[in-house]
Design a protein around this ligand. Structure first.
Ligand code: HEC
Ligand code: HEC
Length: 356
């Protein structure tokens, strides 16, 4: 239980990190590029290093690259038609999509076009990006060829220059965690959340803003990612959290803590899955038949996936912290441990896994 070994020291470090974050925001400086230096996420050897900012050429292509980076880091302001929450691409792809083990753009770009079980055909990179807008950004996909997608693709291509095409580079995606020693637990997750996350993301998980600008993004509720997003899958979230959170302290949580806090976070209300069929049960069967999705489960009296992410005031699961009552017919946590393959991959079928 590393979470209990030095709670006050951890809290103090977090407080410092939070102050640095807010301070840098006040100065108009991005948070992650600076703190990223202190992360352990960079592969020890043989890691790919994307070209520096200074290598962006001074021509029309370079202008698209810069625009793509700006959209990636300030998505709501620069692509408002397509964004339905207060996240930005770099909320989850840290250091403006450069950071290894944070699903960096240079890890993704060389892997497309690719067949995706999620929609059953070969997807271009632009089509892959459309999914991010629909699910992670809870918005609507820009049409193929839209200037927003052209700019984002230009930025991804620039970051990938020098990397081999078709190769899965070290640091691609988020790490896949091995199954935890104990089955993931909501109440333990709530305790981890309180000790290591609430300072920045808020006790209510709604994040924090300063001067109308979001500083610490919401983890659940109406302004967060929806139930179709990859992050709403506990296994994906655990990998992201283990490698990247608390911000600037990636790798400090145990695997167990990462699984527990991911379970807590992904047992909270959030916007409806845009693939909703009209029935929660049917939507669960078709798209969430995975032990690592809480969609359609009832947690502390709240039915998850009822499309009312705003019901936070009335009986939100987080309000009943500690009352780990995952009351569902086929309760996820039990199933979770058994159904996760020994190689750490979720046993959910590719057809139903959320991967965006
Ligand atoms: C809420 C968190 C979140 C946000 C916000 C988000 N993504 Fe993602 N993104 C993910 C997750 C989770 C995956 C799946 C990663 C994996 O499969 O390992 C992913 C995957 C991707 C991939 C494929 C990565 C790979 O290695 O195959 C790309 C490209 C991508 N996102 C781009 C974007 C863009 C562009 C935006 C903004 C429009 C965005 N994302 C917003 C969480 C997010
Ligand atoms: C020091 C402040 C800080 C702490 C502590 C912290 N985070 Fe974060 N977190 C951030 C920031 C800032 C971002 C967005 C990064 C960006 O936009 O560059 C973020 C992004 C995220 C995201 C993706 C975006 C979203 O809103 O869904 C998740 C999930 C997340 N954090 C979970 C956690 C969890 C779980 C913990 C505790 C284990 C934690 N964080 C602790 C600052 C923090």
């Amino acid at each position: 239980m590393t979470g209990r070994s030095a709670p006050s020291r951890r809290l103090a470090t977090l407080a410092i990190a939070a102050v640095i974050g807010l301070g840098m925001l006040a100065l108009g400086v991005g948070i992650s590029p600076h703190l990223a230096k202190h992360r352990i996420a960079e592969p020890a050897t043989g890691g790919f290093h994307p070209p520096p900012e200074s290598a962006i050429p001074d021509n029309e292509f370079g202008r698209q690259v810069r625009l793509g980076k700006a959209i990636f880091t300030d998505t709501g302001a620069l692509a408002p038609t397509y964004v339905g929450n207060s996240l930005r691409c770099s909320s989850c792809h840290l250091d403006a999509g450069r950071l290894a083990n944070s699903a960096p753009l240079w890890g993704a770009y060389p892997l497309y076009p690719a067949y995706r079980a999620k929609n059953g055909h070969v997807n271009t990179f632009q089509e892959r990006l459309q999914g991010c807008f629909r699910y992670s950004m809870n918005g609507k996909p820009p049409p193929l060829g839209d200037p927003v997608l052209v700019a984002l693709e230009s930025y991804a291509y620039f970051l990938t220059m020098g990397a081999p095409v078709g190769a899965k580079l070290p640091g691609q995606g988020y790490p896949k965690l091995a199954p935890p020693p104990q089955r993931p637990d909501y109440a333990r997750g709530a305790a981890v959340y309180k000790a290591s996350c609430a300072l920045c993301h808020g006790v209510d998980g709604q994040g924090q803003s300063s001067n109308g600008k979001m500083v610490f993004p919401p983890l659940w509720g109406p302004q967060s990612y929806n139930w179709g997003a990859g992050m709403s899958d506990i296994a994906n979230a655990a990998g992201f959290i283990k490698a990247n959170m608390p911000l600037s302290q990636g790798g400090t949580l145990s695997d167990q803590e990462a699984w527990d806090v991911a379970t807590y976070m992904d047992s909270q209300p959030r916007p409806q899955d845009p693939r909703f069929t009209g029935s929660i049960e049917e939507t669960r069967t078709r798209f969430h038949a995975s032990p690592t999705s809480m969609y359609g489960r009832t947690v502390n009296g709240v039915l998850l996936g009822d499309g009312r992410p705003t019901n936070l005031e009335h009986g939100s699961p987080m309000a009943a912290e500690g009352a780990a009552d995952i009351a569902s017919p086929k309760a996820a946590p039990d199933a979770l441990k058994q159904q996760i393959r020994p190689d750490g991959a979720s046993a959910s079928s590719p057809q139903t896994a959320n991967d965006r």
